[in-house]
Design a protein around this ligand. Sequence first.
Ligand SMILES: [Zn+2]
Ligand SMILES: [Zn+2]
Length: 299
Amino acid sequence: MKITFYGVRGSIPVSGLQTVKYGGNTSCVHIELESGHDLVLDAGTGIRALGKRLVHKSTPVSILLSHGHWDHVQGYPFFAPIYQPGRDINVYIHVESQHRMLCSLFEQMDGSNFPIRAEELPSNGVCKFKGVESELYEREGVRVIRQALNHPGGGVAYKIVDNGITCAYVTDNELHPPGNEASTYDQWVEYLHGVDVLIHDAQYTEDDMPHKHGWGHSLISQVRQLATDAEVGALVMFHHDPDRSDSELDEIQIENQKYLKSHRAPTRSICAAEGMELHLTRSILGGSARVEVKGGWAD
Ligand SMILES: [Zn+2]
Ligand SMILES: [Zn+2]
C-alpha cells in the first residue's frame, strides 16, 4: 500500500510563507492499493494535483467522501479525470439519509457557482450511497470498514484493509464532543486497535478551548492518547488548522515524539505534509507493517 498526501489542511486552503513546509491545500489523500487500483479519500483542493497525475491512466477511480463540508469537496470541479470521456469514477458516501453530502459535491457544478454543470461531464461519474465494503472487496480484494464521526452534520471514518495492511482515515472527528456521541472513545479504541497507520484530525491545541469545543475537531493531546491506547503503528496528524504555522507544527511533532517515548508506546508520530508518501509493507516477522516515509517531514 502506498499513501500520498495531496491536501492536509482543514477548513480552508491557505498560502504564504508560514505554510510552505506542510502545505495549504485541503483534505485529499491518495491510496494506491496492492492491485494498483486508485482510492481517493476526500476531494478538497488537494485533489487538483492528484488529478493531473491520474489523468494519464484510464483505470477506474474510487472516491470515498468523509462528509460534504466544502474543505472536503471543493477541489472536485478541478479534478481532471472527470473530464475524460468514459472514465469510470465512483463516488461513495455511506449515510443514505444525508443525501446532501453527495449533493454538495455535484451541486457546486450547477452552471452558476461553476461554469460547467455536473450533468455535462463526459466521465461516468457514478454516485453510490452504500455498499462500498462489498463492492471493493469483490473487485479488488479490499475491505473498507466504516465508523460514524463525531462531527456537526455527521460523517464517516474509513478503515481500509488491503492484503493484511490497514490504514484508517478519521477526519473531521471530535473525540470528546459535548452532547451525544456518534462513537464513544472506547469504540474508537476498539475500531482502531492495531492499525498500521492512523490518519486522524489533529486540528486543535489547548489554546483553542473552550471556545471551539463542539466544532467537531480533536485536540492533538487527545489524538496521541488515542493512538497510544489503540496501539497503532503510526499516527499521522492531519487536517491542520489554517492558522497553524510550519514552526508550530514542528514543535507539536517534537512534543508528540516525547510523549510517545515517555509512555513507551509502539506508535510513531508523523505530521502530514503535502507530497509526503508512506510506503507500507508487511513485516515477515509479523506485527505492524513497516512504514517508510518519503518526501514531506517526519521523525
Ligand atoms: Zn474539514
Ligand atoms: Zn467538516
